[in-house]
Ligand binder design. Structure first.
Ligand code: SF4
Length: 248
């Protein structure tokens, strides 16, 4: 290993440790503890990227993400169109094995037109990186594509108006795993009204072809740091399912 390579490797390790510390992870994935090469290996062998199952769709009835976005157009299907600046459709790998579904855009997202770019989004990015993935490896979107005023929860009729587009996105991507972030996404995905997040998280549910992991929204982690540990436990289950080495 050259001195440059050594420097880059130690920088990558330092960055990763910083992410772990920031989101409250007290243990390191296997392999990293043994020498810090696991991150590079995972990136190289493409564990996080599109597997063969994605090529097996075949049906012309399934739209591409571009076609779905085109169909959404300058949407006025619900009242959230009246106050939005941007439609925040979603972004990431159109053939991702892992999709994160949040609630709806906040102020920063509305301004930038991108999902999860504010404080909660930055925390989600760190969680993704702690899972040895990058945002470009996964797909990130929300239940509603327009910001609810003052960041209130979307109303049921707003969720119902936007839901078909989320369903089409998921059908198009056909991920192995969906992570539902928070109660709005969870209520929609599992068609539940009264539930406790703590009773649903920590195990996989089924959503169509995909396994569904329920966990707390990053915004909840910012308000309540005690949620960090269960979220990391949930993400370790996701990593295992994706074949990404974890410790414990
Ligand atoms: S939230 Fe969804 S349904 Fe409502 S206006 Fe925006 S894109 Fe259309």
């Amino acid at each position: 290993m050259s001195s440059n390579e050594f420097y880059e490797t130690t920088q990558a390790l330092e960055n990763y440790l910083r992410f772990c510390k920031e989101i409250g992870i007290g243990e390191l994935p296997a392999g990293l503890a043994a020498g810090g090469t696991e991150i590079a290996d995972t990136e190289k062998n493409g564990t996080a990227l599109s597997p063969d199952r994605r090529d097996s769709h075949g049906s012309s009835a399934i739209q591409t993400l571009s076609e779905i976005r085109e169909e959404l157009g300058d949407c006025t299907r619900c009242r959230l169109c009246e106050t939005r600046k941007s439609i925040v459709f979603g972004e990431g790998n159109p053939k991702a094995r892992l999709v994160f579904v949040g609630e709806g855009p906040g102020r920063d997202e509305d301004i930038q037109g991108r999902p999860f770019v504010g404080r909660a989004g930055q925390l989600l990015t760190k969680i993704i990186q702690a899972m040895k993935l990058e945002r470009k490896d996964v797909y990130i979107c929300n239940v509603v594509k327009c910001r609810p005023p003052k960041n209130r929860n979307p109303e049921p009729d707003e969720v119902a108006s936007c839901e078909p587009f989320l369903m089409k996105q998921i059908e198009s991507i056909n991920p192995e795993i969906i992570v539902s972030l928070g109660s709005v996404a969870t209520g929609l995905m599992l068609k539940l009204k009264n539930f406790k997040m703590g009773q649903l998280r920590g195990t996989f549910h089924q959503y169509g072809n995909s396994k569904l992991m329920i966990t707390y929204h990053p915004a909840a982690l910012l308000r309540n740091p005690s949620f960090k540990k269960p979220v990391w436990e949930d993400m370790k289950l996701v990593m295992k399912e994706l074949g990404i080495p974890v410790n414990g």
